[in-house]
Ligand binder design. Structure first.
Ligand SMILES: [Mn+2]
Length: 341
């Protein structure tokens, strides 16, 4: 069965796939890759539960889209996580917490904790390689791959894979954080370093950051020094809004910074925390749901090509599916906008 036999009017079926779609990922236009990885999360864990929570919430969606004609015909396939990622996450997360607690108490890491830190870096590197190879498998079938994290370190392998295929592209990065740290708490592949690591990929020609509002001095310095980075901080966006510059104009300014090929990295905490109360590192301020969607619409209408995307840092919390519900809607929007139709 494929989307041709899928009736969007039917009751959503929980079949383990995103949106309950019945597609085989090997013949899908959009392949959603689960990366339930949050070993280096610094504030509160839980984003490794994001993919499953979004799958569950996604079945409740209706599939008409106001921007994309016949959006429900987009062939979206789901890929379960590599078993090693889940296993390593379970083992290494408590070890990372020991390291974080030690560092936050001002202690030096002893020999045992230092060795553990190296082991975590090695495993993060291995996860990146798994994600890269899996991504390449689908990219070579001409599918578009979207990573569903996990914390924001999850998509590095996909960005590396795209960099092997596309000589030059830009990243539209929606996030409360700049994620430009060299490393964080000694973790080379921390969620707080994802864009620093992405900028090491030869294909990444531009990094356009939107809604950044929790940022270190060194990140601001780096952003000023590296001509590839353009920051549209939450501060500037809101100043402009309060002074009467329409969101439409601000979106055009943002999208005009991007080259022809665009990768979208969507950290859910770029949105107002009311829309993602359980995310790993929530920050007051941020984009409304409709501001974020409109920005994506302006990108699509500009004719630029969306070559891949990720959605990260969605964490389900306890007793509520709100974070996952919002995440599922963002994910559907990303997938149908990136789709070939
Ligand atoms: Mn963030």
């Amino acid at each position: 069965m494929n989307n041709n036999e899928f009736n969007p009017e039917d009751v959503g079926v929980a079949n383990g796939n995103y949106f309950g779609f019945p597609n085989n990922p090997d013949s899908s236009d959009i392949v959603l890759l689960n990366v339930p990885w949050d070993v280096t999360t610094s504030y509160r864990p839980g984003t490794s539960q994001g993919p499953n929570a979004i799958i569950e919430a996604s079945v409740q969606l209706d599939f008409f889209d106001f921007e994309v004609d016949k959006a429900w015909e987009t062939k979206i396939g789901s890929v379960l996580p590599d078993g090693r990622i889940e296993e390593w996450n379970k083992i290494l997360r408590p070890k990372a917490e020991q390291i974080i607690v030690a560092l936050e108490s001002g202690a030096e890491l002893d020999f045992g904790l230092s060795a553990m830190q190296k082991s975590i870096n090695d495993h993060c590197s291995a996860v990146n390689e798994i994600v890269k190879q899996t991504s390449l498998h689908y990219l070579h079938k001409s599918s578009i791959v979207g990573v569903v994290g996990g914390d924001h370190s999850s998509p590095l392998g996909l960005i590396e894979a795209l960099s092997e295929i596309h000589r030059s592209f830009g990243i539209l990065h929606i996030d409360a954080h700049a994620d430009l740290r060299l490393s964080y708490e000694g973790f080379l592949y921390s969620h707080a370093s994802i864009m620093n690591n992405a900028l090491k990929c030869s294909g990444v020609q531009k990094l356009v950051q939107v809604a950044v509002r929790d940022v270190s001095v060194s990140e601001i310095v780096l952003a000023k020094e590296d001509s590839r980075i353009v920051m549209f901080t939450d501060h500037d966006l809101k100043e402009n809004e309060f002074q009467g510059i329409p969101w439409h104009q601000q979106c055009l300014n943002i999208i005009n910074e991007l080259p022809e090929k665009v990768y979208i990295s969507f950290d859910i905490d770029g949105l107002m925390p009311e829309l993602c109360p359980n995310t790993g590192t929530p920050v007051a301020g941020g984009l409304s749901y409709n501001q974020a969607l409109y920005l994506l619409h302006v990108l699509k209408r500009s004719g630029r090509q969306i070559i891949g995307f990720d959605l990260c840092e969605v964490s389900p919390g306890v007793g509520s599916d709100w974070d996952a519900n919002v995440g599922a809607r963002i994910l559907y929007k990303l997938a149908v906008l990136a789709g070939k139709r």
